[in-house]
Design a protein around this ligand. Sequence first.
Ligand SMILES: Cc1cc2nc3c(=O)[nH]c(=O)nc-3n(C[C@H](O)[C@H](O)[C@H](O)COP(=O)(O)OP(=O)(O)OC[C@H]3O[C@@H](n4cnc5c(N)ncnc54)[C@H](O)[C@@H]3O)c2cc1C
Length: 646
Amino acid sequence: KSDDKSCAISPKAIVSDACASYSTLEDLNHDVKPALDNLTRTTDFFSHYRLNLFNKRCPFWNDENGMCGNIACAVETLDNEEDIPEVWRASELGKLEGPRAKHPGKSVQRQEPKRPLQGKLGENVGESCVVEYDDECDDRDYCVPDDESATSKGDYVSLLRNPERFTGYAGDGAKQVWDAVYRENCFQKSSFPQSASLGETYSVPKGPAAMDFRAVMQAAGRQQVLEQQREQNPLVPFVAKTGLEFEDECLEKRVFYKVVSGMHASISTHLCWDFLNQTTGQWQPNLSCYINRLHKFPDRISNLYFNYALLTRAVAKLGPYLSSHEEYTFCTGDPAQDADTRAKVLAVTSKAANSVPGPVFDESLMFKNGEGPSLKEDFRNRFRNVSRLMDCVGCDKCRLWGKLQTAGYGTALKVLFEFADNDAVSTTKTDEIPFKLKRTELVALFNTYARLSSSLDAIQKFRAMVEESEYQIEETENKEGGGMHHIPDRAKKPRHVIVSTPVAVDNDIKTTAVVVDEATKAGVTPAPEVKQRQQQQQQQEQQQQKEEEIVEENDKDNDFDEFRSEPEPDRDPNFVYKKRTLKEEFVQEFKLVFSVFKMVIKSYLRLPGLVYEIFTTELQRFWQFYIGLPVMPRTWEFRRPSLDEL
Ligand SMILES: Cc1cc2nc3c(=O)[nH]c(=O)nc-3n(C[C@H](O)[C@H](O)[C@H](O)COP(=O)(O)OP(=O)(O)OC[C@H]3O[C@@H](n4cnc5c(N)ncnc54)[C@H](O)[C@@H]3O)c2cc1C
C-alpha cells in the first residue's frame, strides 16, 4: 500500500495497491522494454510456446450451444461480414499462423536430442531451446498446466508469427467469457475451495459464516434457474452472482480483480493499437477504440499499471534464482544459445530489480490475516478457473494469448506467494526453483511482462494522440470563433467527452465534423456512428443553405417591394398623412394589378422547375428511406397564398 513503509518508491503512489506512481513505472518500462523485447523477439526459447490449443473443451458450458467455438457468436463485428474481403474477416484474422509442431514422444527426444521436432518449426530454430522436457505438475500452480488431462501434449507455436492484435472476436461469445472471468472474483470471508459460481458441485464449506453460506446457497438456486432459462434462451448468463460481490473488499480480492481487469485492459490496448480497418484493410492505431475502452476508464488503466508493478516484482524476484543456478538450462543441445538466452534473461531481471530503489509491489501484505491459508487456496482455485475459462475463447489467436497471459500471471503469483524471498537465496528452498518453474511458465511469465510493457508504451502514445487531437480541436474552434478573444462555448466543455462519443456529438453539431477531420488527419478511423452523424449534419447544413437561397431569391423577386418602400404610418415616424388625388389612386391600383399579373406569369414560368425540384428531392428522400439512411426533411410545402402580400 502506498502509505506502508515497505513501499520504498513513492509516498504519493497513484497506482493503488502497488507501491509505485505511474511515472515511476513508465520510467522503469523505458529502461526495461528494450531488454525485454530483445529477449522475447530474438531467442528461440522465449519466442515459442507450447500449449494445448485445440484438444480441450470448454469445461463450463457446452461448446455446441453456440457460446464458444461457434463462429456465429464468436466473431462478427461488422453487420455483414460477406461485404469485406475474406482475409480481413474475423474468422481469418483469428486463425493461427506459421508452422506448428507436435510435442515429440520420449523416444524421439532421446534419439534426436538436438532436433526433437525434426525441423517442423523451421530449419533455423534451436529445437532444444523449444521443447519442454519436464512435464511434472506442481500443486502450487496458479494456472492449469497445459498438458493436464489432455490426450495430446499440445503444439509448439511461434509467438512472433501470431502477434496479439485485433482479430474481430467480439459479441456474445467474448462477453460470456469476460463475464465468467469477473464472476470468479467472489471471495468469501471463510473461503471454501470450490468456485461458488461456475456450476461445480459445492463441497461442504469449512465453518462458513451463516450469512455467507446462505448467500452462496441462494446463488446456487439462482444458478439452477439460469440453467433452465438457458435451455430456452442461450444468451442467458452462465453464472449467478453469489451476492457477495460487493462485500469483503480485502486486499486479496482487490488484487484478484485488478489482475483480471489489468489483463483485460492490456488485451484491449493491443487490439486498439494494432487495429485492422476492415473496410480499407489498413492496420493502424484506432484512437476512438482506445478512448471508448480505456481512456474513459482510468481504473482499467490503473489496473494495467498495477499488473506491470506485480510482474516487475515477480521477474525481479526470479533474477537471483536464475543467476544462482547455473544448471538451469535453457537450451540443452546448444551451449552458445543457452548462454545467450541466459544473458538476455538476466538483463531483464536485473533491470527490473535495479531500476527502482525498492519493490514496486509488496506481496508480503497479502494473506496475512487469520484466514491466510484458506484464502490463499480460494485465490488459487479461482485463478485456476480463470485459466480453464480460456478454453472457452472462440478464436485461436485470442485463446493463445489468453492462455499464455493467464499462465504468465499464474507464474507471477506462484513466484510471489510460493517461493522464498530474495533474502533466502542461500536457503535450501531455493534449490527447488529452477526445477519447479517449467519452460512454459518462464516463457509465459516473460511474454506476459513484455505484453504489459508494450501496453504501457501504447497507452503513453495514445495519451499523446488524445492530447494532440484536443489541442487541434481547440485551435480550430479558436480560429472559427475569431481568434483568442472569443472562446466558443464548446471549447469550454470537457473535451475528452467531445472527441469520440456520439452522445456528446448530439449536443454539438459542428464538433462531429471537426472530430472526424481531426481523426482522419491523425490516421485514425472514426467510429461508424460518428461518420453517419457527420453525413447527417452535412445534409442538414446543405438543406438549410438551400432554404436560405430560396428565401433570398423570393425576396429578390418580390414585386411588392416598391410598395414596401413607400412610407407607412406605423413604421415611419416622419410620415404625414396626405389624401391621394384620383390620378394617384389610379396609378396605384394599376401598379398593383400589373404586379399581380407579373407574379402570376412568373409563377407559371417557374412551375416546371419547381415540379422538377420537388420530384427530384422526393426521389432522393425515397432513396434514403429505401437504403435505411436518415431521411432529410422536405424542402417544399403547400401554402395558401397570403392576401397580405398584396
Ligand atoms: C481471453 C480473451 C482474449 C481476447 N483476445 C483478443 C485479441 O487478441 N484480439 C481481439 O481483437 N479481441 C480479443 N478478445 C475480444 C476482446 O477482448 C473483446 O471482448 C471484444 O473486442 C469486444 O469488446 P467489447 O467492447 O464488447 O467489450 P469487452 O472487452 O468484451 O468487455 C466486456 C465488458 O467488460 C467490462 N470491461 C471491459 N474492459 C474492462 C476492464 N479492463 N476491466 C474491467 N471491466 C472491463 C465492460 O463492462 C465491458 O462491457 C479477447 C477476448 C477474450 C475473452
